[in-house]
Design a protein around this ligand. Structure first.
Ligand code: SF4
Ligand code: SF4
Length: 472
């Protein structure tokens, strides 16, 4: 366990100065094998994010989250408010997934998948490097007076940032209101849809604020997932970690000297070059240990590997490892614990996918009309009145709908004879069920009803049929 003095760095955050002002971070441009892989993953995910609202499957937008009209599409499958239970179950599975994933694999999500990191590090930061140059040039530009050069670079950067924020806001809107609607608004022009345009500008301003100014503070201060790390990680979780055993050895870290025999000197392998600190987008020193601010972006791994290569020491002084791996000097291995968690994660994903795709295309609900008892009909027949609601979740019209009793002999009469359910619409109405009371077993009997389109059974449902108290 570290001494309280050694833990002092945890009392403050790297992005705020002692007097409470913002400490602006100027991370060095990363390079290396992890950065290259992250670029590939990021640009793939960005492509998916930008084209998803414009892809259609069977006429349905690939992904749409239209909260206002309560229309949701996931992987081209339309979901209705009636499917809300799926949303609740998905959210519960999602929470479990996040917990299991983080316990086993740490913050891999933050570094590789989180849209905040991807947009910040792979879009806005790279544009910044392109316009203002690397860390040193950015620091000099910040300190420079507002001369023509500084004004030119800053204005170009702000304009480009604004345009990208506006694009992101448009894509965001395409998810919310649907891409068809968005394209229609674009063709009509903003003056015909002023309220939507104002919302678009507000979204743009939020994205601009986050990526141009708030930046890494999202991960360091605001993100609830980041704040949960303290309770989710343990010493077996895989994180980006500094191998302090190797880095410090008996005499601690020290600058590299070409002439000395480092191995024999007792000095650690860390040559105290601070490259891992300079490259860190959240401004921390990973050599202090695992910290909440670390988004596992791997930039420090690449930076340190490159230094190790330069001085002829083995790579991996900073690497993916657990605290336990470092403490016990063991290599990363796919332990039974990781296997177990991975199986649980796989099962959770399979359950979720199964639930999403195995749900019925049509949903039927038949309920007895409130306040109505039963009615005696010819002979010993009993009649109950019901309301029905049919939801068509498909993109095809469902025509010539009829209802048949499956569990009892008897018949169903629909008040309006012809029932059709248009694509992605619902139909509702009233129907009567008539059953011979001699066939009823209880006062409240469960009856099963088949819903047919022509002669094709498309759904079955049950309801309660009310009869006289005693049966002979
Ligand atoms: S410590 Fe390393 S992995 Fe963590 S945020 Fe900084 S550079 Fe990225
Ligand atoms: S980059 Fe590696 S060698 Fe340089 S200070 Fe960081 S841990 Fe030490």
């Amino acid at each position: 366990m570290k001494s309280p003095e050694a833990e002092v760095y945890r009392d403050s955050i790297s992005t705020v100065t002692q007097d409470g002002k913002r400490a602006w971070i100027f991370p060095k441009k990363p390079s290396g094998r992890y950065y290259n892989w992250r670029k590939v993953v990021s640009y793939f995910l960005l492509t998916v994010l930008f084209i998803s609202p414009f892809i259609k499957i069977n006429g349905n937008q690939f992904i749409m989250i239209n909260v206002l009209e309560r229309r949701f599409n996931i992987f081209g499958q339309p979901f209705w408010p009636q499917d809300f239970h799926l949303v609740v179950i998905s959210m519960l599975i999602g929470v479990l997934f996040v917990v299991f994933f983080t316990v086993a694999y740490g913050r891999i999500f933050c570094g590789w998948i989180c849209p905040q990191t991807i947009f910040m590090e792979m879009v806005f930061r790279r544009i910044e490097y392109w316009i203002e140059g690397d860390r040193g040039k950015q620091i000099r530009l910040k300190k420079a007076p507002w001369n023509a050069e500084k004004i030119k670079k800053r204005v170009i950067k702000w304009v480009v940032f604004f345009i990208i924020s506006f694009l992101i806001a448009n894509v965001f809107l395409a998810y919310l209101i649907g891409s068809d609607q968005l394209l229609k608004y674009v063709i009509d022009g903003p003056k015909y849809h002023l309220s939507t345009f104002i919302s678009l500008l507000i979204f743009t301003a939020v994205f601009y604020f986050v990526f141009a100014w708030f930046r890494e503070q999202v991960c360091v201060i605001a993100c609830p997932y980041g704040r949960l790390q303290g309770v989710l990680l343990d010493n077996k979780s895989i994180v980006v970690a500094y191998d302090y055993k190797r880095g410090e050895k008996e005499k601690g870290r020290a600058k590299f000297k070409k002439s000395e025999n480092r191995e024999a000197s007792g000095k650690g392998d860390c040559i105290d070059c601070a490259q891992c600190v300079h490259v860190c987008p959240t401004g921390i020193d990973i050599r202090n240990g695992t910290q909440l601010e670390c988004v596992n972006c791997t930039a420090c791994i690449d930076a340190c590997d490159s230094m190790m290569e330069n001085v002829g020491l083995p790579k991996g002084l900073i690497r993916y490892a657990s605290e336990e791996n470092i403490e016990k000097k063991t290599k990363f291995e796919f332990t039974p614990r990781l296997k177990g968690y991975s199986v649980v994660l796989g099962v959770l994903i399979a359950v979720l996918v199964g639930m999403l795709f195995l749900r019925n295309d049509i949903e039927a609900r038949i309920l007895r009309l409130p306040g109505q008892l039963y009615e005696h009909k010819e002979g010993s027949n009993i009649s109950n009145v019901f309301t029905y609601k049919l939801v068509n979740k498909t993109t095809q019209n469902i025509e010539d709908v009829s209802f048949k009793l499956l569990s009892h002999d008897g018949f169903i009469k629909v008040v309006n004879d012809e029932v059709n359910v248009p694509a992605q619409e619902l139909a509702e109405g009233t129907l009567f069920i008539e059953i011979d009371s001699n066939l009823l077993k209880e006062e409240k009997d469960k009856v099963e009803i088949g819903i047919y389109s022509g002669s094709h059974l498309i759904e079955t449902t049950t309801t309660t049929f009310l009869g006289p108290r005693s049966f002979n």
